[in-house]
Write a protein that binds this ligand. Sequence first.
Ligand code: C5P
Length: 207
Amino acid sequence: MIIALDGPAASGKGTLGKRLAAHFGLRHLDTGLLYRAVAKARLDAGHRLDDKTQAVTAARALNPAGFDERVLKGHAIGEAASIVSAIPAVRDALLAFQCDFAAASPGAVLDGRDIGTVICPDADVKIFVIAAPEVRARRRAAEFRAAGQTADEAAILEDIRRRDERDRSRAVAPLKAAADAIALDTSNLDVEAAVAAAIRIVEGAGR
Ligand code: C5P
């Protein structure tokens, strides 16, 4: 079984992806980490994010087995990831890894922006996760505080809106729900309720 989970920044896809994978005995890939790792490689090298050639070289050299999720999940890296992810050749360079991951037994949950539309158009289940921007900013700020970091909720909200707009309006593989995706609005759901709702969607899709 392949489950495609798409949605805007900080909508809870990562948490849902992990929980759905554990529940259904599938592997999980947070595809945002791939774009974040490309962005981090550019930032570490002191190169411009929109330098296409360098970004593609970084994408081809990625080693997902060595990813440090805590570092990659930083707020500034998310913003930078949204810039490199708009480069079509970067997306191309990351395509095969994602398709191979999805195709390997026993199946997988992939979360991102273009899973249901580009990476796994034939996924068994497609869920488009949404939540009000204010709710997403509040959750993200709470996560940073729980990790001992400071968090400016208003600045996070502004960043989320800007990143969503960039991801929606790019020419290649923009953030959008696949025509056959089921929307899951988690604005008024806590984690357990959102997981339960996602499990119901997956089970319902198999009937
Ligand atoms: O999901 P996450 O916030 O980690 O993603 C970081 C950025 O990577 C997104 O804002 C988006 O620009 C890009 N991304 C993408 N396609 C995906 C996953 C992430 O373009 N499948």
